[in-house]
Design a protein around this ligand. Structure first.
Ligand SMILES: NC(=O)c1ccc[n+]([C@@H]2O[C@H](COP(=O)([O-])OP(=O)(O)OC[C@H]3O[C@@H](n4cnc5c(N)ncnc54)[C@H](OP(=O)(O)O)[C@@H]3O)[C@@H](O)[C@H]2O)c1
Length: 306
């Protein structure tokens, strides 16, 4: 595997110059995009990324691969960089690799992948296979998926980071799983990123995990922002509150995503989509005003009462 090259580091430093509100490439209005810092690093990330579970698991169907590549092309055009995948997601890694190669974006993407295998001794081979699927020189972020065999994988990832074969390392979980062990690993180990589920209805991580991430200086990626689609399907049957316009929400996707990305501990949310119109709604959440704490409470109460 190639070592991380100087270009990636310089790109990170360049992002520091652009700081929290960098102009969005691809928006005619030239409105700034919300970027958020990776704590302790000279780098910011766009607050909306792209998940890939199910949506990009399309096998080797040419037409479907091209449709996914079009979604990924639009994602980059609207200022996105963070794409999340896992060996657990069927052919999604290969789908992303196909799109990156076609678009020439292997060095633009902030590649966030995972290791998910047991025994832990299989980790290095799985990571190398994933890198080949993605067709990237290295991963920006490697996460231990759902803490599977985490002690072994953590040693592997720490060694890779030391050898400059990955830039950041972290752990993931999702809603419904116990957070005790997750919190314990966060307390005892030096991680750059965590990934958890969080949305306007599933707010358990507000109690301990998000404050702990801030305390420990860990970046936070949010999965299942739409409860795998069920939440947004539900709320879309209702009209937006009139005050949604005050926080720059033109649709429900932006309402749900701004609730997440405005949390001070959150670095980015990674909604998955197979549709360009949905992607455009989602990416729009990075524009315009973000809700303050009082408005966030109002948003949660509004959705809870629907
Ligand atoms: N433990 C872990 O590490 C873990 C666990 C869960 C998830 N994840 C990651 O997090 C990502 C996101 O979670 P998720 O995929 O479970 O669920 P999600 O992002 O909450 O929901 C995805 C669903 O929402 C729909 N959608 C997206 N944008 C929409 C819009 N604007 N309007 C209406 N529907 C919309 C998509 O359908 P369309 O295709 O029709 O748009 C898709 O079915 C995953 O893909 C994965 O990368 C990681």
């Amino acid at each position: 595997m190639h070592e991380i090259d100087r270009r990636a580091v310089l790109a990170g430093l360049g992002a520091l110059g652009a700081v929290a509100l960098a102009p969005a490439r691809g928006f005619a209005q030239g409105e700034p995009l919300l970027r958020k810092p990776i704590p302790g690093a000279a780098e910011t990330l766009p607050a909306i990324g792209l998940g890939s579970w199910q949506t990009f698991n399309v096998g080797d169907d040419r037409e479907a691969l091209d449709r996914c590549a079009a979604v990924i092309a639009r994602f980059f055009a609207l200022g996105g960089t963070v794409i999340d995948s896992s060996p657990m997601y069927g052919s999604s890694q290969a789908t992303i690799g196909h799109a990156l190669a076609r678009l020439g974006k292997q060095r633009t993407v902030f590649s966030a992948d995972k290791v998910w295998t047991s025994p832990g001794s299989e980790g290095p081979a799985q990571i190398e296979q994933s890198r080949r699927y993605w067709q990237v020189p290295y991963f920006n972020l490697l996460q231990i998926h759902n803490l599977l065999s985490w002690e072994d994988h953590l040693r592997t990832l720490q060694r890779m980071k030391q050898e400059r074969k990955v830039r950041y390392i972290g752990i993931t979980t999702s809603h419904g799983r116990r957070h005790d062990e997750f919190e314990d690993v966060m307390r005892r180990h030096d991680l750059d990123f965590i990934q958890v589920s969080y949305n306007v209805l599933d707010r358990e991580v507000e109690q301990r995990i998000l404050p702990l991430a801030r305390e420990k200086g860990m970046a936070v990626i949010i999965n299942r922002p739409f409860r795998q689609g069920a939440l947004i399907d539900d709320v879309k049957r209702h009209t937006l509150p009139p005050w949604a316009a005050e926080i720059g929400c033109a649709n429900w996707a932006q309402f749900l995503l701004k609730f997440i990305t405005s949390h001070p501990a959150v670095t980015c949310a990674i909604p998955a989509t197979s549709r360009i119109d949905h992607l455009e709604e989602n990416m729009g959440a990075m524009r315009g005003p973000q809700p303050d704490e009082a408005t966030r409470r109002r948003m949660a109460a509004y959705v809870a009462d629907l």
